[in-house]
Design a protein around this ligand. Structure first.
Ligand SMILES: Cc1cc2nc3c(=O)[nH]c(=O)nc-3n(C[C@H](O)[C@H](O)[C@H](O)COP(=O)(O)OP(=O)(O)OC[C@H]3O[C@@H](n4cnc5c(N)ncnc54)[C@H](O)[C@@H]3O)c2cc1C
Length: 468
């Protein structure tokens, strides 16, 4: 029987996951990616397992992020860096740590419920240890301990924090929460290794889709002066999703935002394991949130939610009535499509180091580690604080993916699966069994490091600190 042909436009995490999932269900997949390798768009480093980085979003979004992160972790266990996140409120912050506790308690209950429903959901440790509070006295006690080479409990993770944090700049208690890290290079590696070996996937890298026309049954997709017919179309083009919408003439409302994170190197801490540390602050002000994300061998990825570090003046733009594609300024497109000036890399990375150095004074000795990790991300609708979104179906045979956080991909693909069932392209009985289990760690590790090198980053960024 002729297999249903699916065109997936864009090989980021949304497109690559769709390809793995739908090919395994027996569909004939062609994945188009304009770049030479998969998952090379905007970065990701944090599994938002509870959304605790975003005080401004609703409890509902946080609960959804928790659930989606658990699903994501079960799907892609090899991309997870199993280290906790520590949340600190600066002394200058308007809120107190106590005000964050009701949400953490709610999330703990939700985590318990998810485990009751399915015990395999227990991937963030024991629910009663989902979060833990650390007083100043606790940190004073931990300060004199030796830093463990492989922390085995929350106290051991806090030793490096106790030894390096300026206690006068933060409020107590600190909150340790089981929000882990995720590694984009390892995801690019694992997805590539699997997709290259799936018989029902045609991988078209270095191939941009340039036009699409509706046919009687399906779509005619144009690329490289060729045309090919498909039954179903998945638009996973990231911040360029609007360009595909324009080819189809469907309704739309969206924003895109350019942001960057900076790579620093702290030589004297090459052997020290840190948790991720968040210093809360009001987005867009000079006190914007600081995010200190550890990688092996003394590398740290830094965010500072201020206009001169991660955010940019005019970095957030919405689409206009005549086009679904929001237009970023030329200076941002220059960074995405060509390169950064070395002066700007130095300037912004140093500002990021100073931003974190306000709380970790010894970190001021850190240096620029490489060019930044950066990109533009899509946000459907008109609420720039939206953090959970999946997919919409604006016309028959067309799925438009618009994830904001990578963990939303599993709900996204399940919604696409249902649409395919309703259209009669998929049998309800087909069950997904993950081919990712077959991957060998050595191969993932090796290709992840090759991707780092090819993309101009230190090889250490392709590794994780702690395996599950
Ligand atoms: C600085 C920064 C930090 C972030 N940190 C996190 C984080 O910690 N955790 C988290 O969950 N999320 C994070 N995000 C968001 C995350 O990066 C995005 O949600 C995610 O990468 C989006 O994946 P995607 O597959 O939808 O899009 P993309 O990764 O952008 O993939 C789209 C792909 O489509 C290709 N493409 C576009 N048009 C065409 C065409 N016409 N033909 C062929 N190919 C095409 C592109 O080349 C691209 O590879 C961050 C974003 C930024 C900017």
């Amino acid at each position: 029987m002729k297999k249903t042909k699916i065109a997936i436009i864009g090989g980021g995490v949304a497109g690559a996951t769709s390809a793995i999932y739908l090919a395994q269900l027996g569909l004939d997949i062609t994945l188009f990616e304009r770049e030479s390798s998969l998952i090379s768009g905007p970065p990701f480093c944090h599994l938002h397992a509870g959304g605790n980085l975003y005080r401004e979003i609703s409890d509902e979004q946080c609960i959804k992020l928790l659930k989606q992160s658990i699903d994501f972790l079960k799907f892609y266990p090899f991309v997870v860096d199993y280290r906790p996140t520590v949340i600190a409120l600066p002394t200058t912050d308007k809120q107190t740590p106590k005000q964050l506790l009701p949400r953490l308690e709610l999330l703990t209950k939700e985590y318990e419920k998810l485990i009751e429903k399915d015990s395999s959901n227990q991937v963030l440790g024991e629910p009663r240890e989902y979060f833990r509070l650390y007083s100043k006295e606790d940190l004073e006690r931990l300060k004199s301990k030796d830093i463990p080479t492989k922390p085995k409990n929350t106290d051991e993770w806090m030793v490096s924090v106790a030894q390096n944090l300026d206690f006068e700049r933060v409020q107590f208690p600190l909150i340790l929460v089981q929000e882990y890290g995720i590694n984009l290079f390892r995801l690019a590696s694992g997805a590539t290794l699997i997709l290259e070996n799936m018989n029902s996937v045609t991988l078209r890298r270095d191939t941009e889709v340039t036009n699409i026309q509706r046919e009687k049954e399906g779509w005619l997709v144009g690329y490289n002066n060729k045309q090919e017919s498909f039954d179903y179309l998945i638009n996973s083009a990231g911040f360029r999703t609007g360009k595909i919408d324009d080819m189809l003439g469907v309704p739309c409302k969206r924003m895109v935002e350019f942001k960057a994170a900076y790579v620093s190197h702290w030589k004297s801490k090459e052997q020290t394991l840190f948790p991720e540390i968040i210093f809360h602050g009001e987005r867009g002000t000079p006190q914007g949130m600081g995010q200190f994300t550890p990688y092996p061998n003394g590398y740290f990825q830094l965010h500072g939610m201020t206009k001169n570090i991660t955010l940019y003046d005019d970095g957030l733009v919405a689409n206009r009535p005549f086009s679904c594609q929001p237009k970023l300024k030329e200076s941002f497109m220059q960074k995405i499509e060509n390169s950064w000036s070395q002066d700007e890399v130095e300037e912004r990375t140093k500002l990021a180091i100073e931003h974190i150095g306000k709380f970790i004074p010894n970190f001021l000795e850190a240096t620029v580690g490489s060019k930044p990790l950066f990109g533009a991300q899509q946000i459907p609708g008109d609420d720039p604080t939206l953090r959970v979104a999946e997919v919409s179906f604006p016309t028959k045979g067309y799925a438009r993916c618009e994830i904001v956080k990578v963990s939303s991909v599993i709900d996204m693909i399940k919604a696409i699966q249902n649409d395919l069932i309703e259209l009669g392209y998929l049998n309800r009985e087909y069950k997904f069994s993950s081919p990712l289990k077959l991957l060998e760690e050595e191969k993932i590790d090796s290709l992840a490091q090759i991707f780092c090198e090819q993309r101009g980053y230190p090889r250490s960024l392709g590794r994780r600190n702690i395996e599950g």
